[in-house]
Design a protein around this ligand. Sequence first.
Ligand code: S3P
Length: 427
Amino acid sequence: MIQKIEKISGINGELILPGDKSISHRAVMFSAMANGKSVVNNYLNSEDVNSTIDCFRKLGCKIEQNETDLTIFGKGINGFTKPNSPLNAGNSGTTTRLISGILAAQNFEATIIGDASLSKRPMKRVVEPLSKMGAKITTSEIGSLPMVISHSKELKAIEYNMQVDSAQVKSAILLAGLHLEEETIVIEHSRTRNHTETLLGLKVEEFDGMRRIYSSVKNYPKPNLYIVPCDISTAAFFIVLALISENSKLILKNVLLNETRNGIIKILQKMNGRIEIENEKENNGEKIADLRIFSSKLKNIEIDDEIIPNIIDEIPILSVAGLFADGKFNIRNAKELRFKESDRIEALCSNFKKLGVVTEEFDDGFSLSGNAINVNVLLESFKDHRIAMAFAVLGMLIGKEISINDFESVAVSNPKFLDQINSIKLA
Ligand code: S3P
């Protein structure tokens, strides 16, 4: 579907955005693993999380679902049953990689498939450590889906040095480790999102800027009540829109402010963005707060290498903010962007070029200067939700008859994106 994007004159209002995607996936998985009834409040009802829900239904788990809440009747350790058809992870890398760790410890064979985009994404990064644990896994010739995970009787604990900065890979190993008496240890050199550790209460030791994370059957999930904070990655689109459009004021309630995810707020504040944080509290060990955002005149800053894993999903919308900020926007050391729902470096650069922005592409990033000068441009979403929403925000700021193709891909993380914008935009 081609979506025409209209210019807006500003926004004013308050939003309670849907639940965080990373936490929603994990809440479903840990509830399904636990022995008994769990409840997940404010889960993200989107295509990605529904892929996780469908996979666990296929593994024999009963899940009751309404618009905002889930009731999950978990199966307990060794309680899942062999699925009678492949598990379809849709577009979701998190579903695929995290579930592979759980499946590595089951006593049956299962196959994971996905859509065209997911079927191109690298899976060797999970196959390699899980195989070291003794899992039997095959992939396509290029190391991607379909992935067949067979019964392995000899799963064993390992100590593993992370090779890529990936919370999904880290989580896959830790989730397999939950099925073993002996401790599995993951050593992380860069700080990636820590929801698996936080929600499961895993032991984490910090030393020399690294972390040793321990998991064993002692941490196997128990039935729980999960209250999912609002997604900071979704919030980022609205924050940038409010900062850049004139006369805007926006309140976002109960936003996740986990310190491995709040880099986007810190960077935008450093860029002179007026973002006020109030009513800080905690749910399930996760920090949340309300945000007040006001129109601001932004300036570009140097973005440190260490913060990249913390902002990896927000780089598309951060680059839109960078385009409107004084000075040149430059992002490097972000090669992981090439392995997301699309090759996001290529996707961003090709759209910025179409708009007439001076764009330089690097293997691990890109830079932007000048303005979006072209009129009547059809941009490509690359069927990637974050690319679609980033350029929608850009279109709302500049007007100029911008359209975006395959816009329905926003449903992967926020099916109500345009309704939310309509509810706060100034007439
Ligand atoms: C996620 C981890 C990140 C992120 C993805 C969600 C997670 O991926 O990009 O959207 O929930 O663990 P990587 O682990 O591949 O960096």
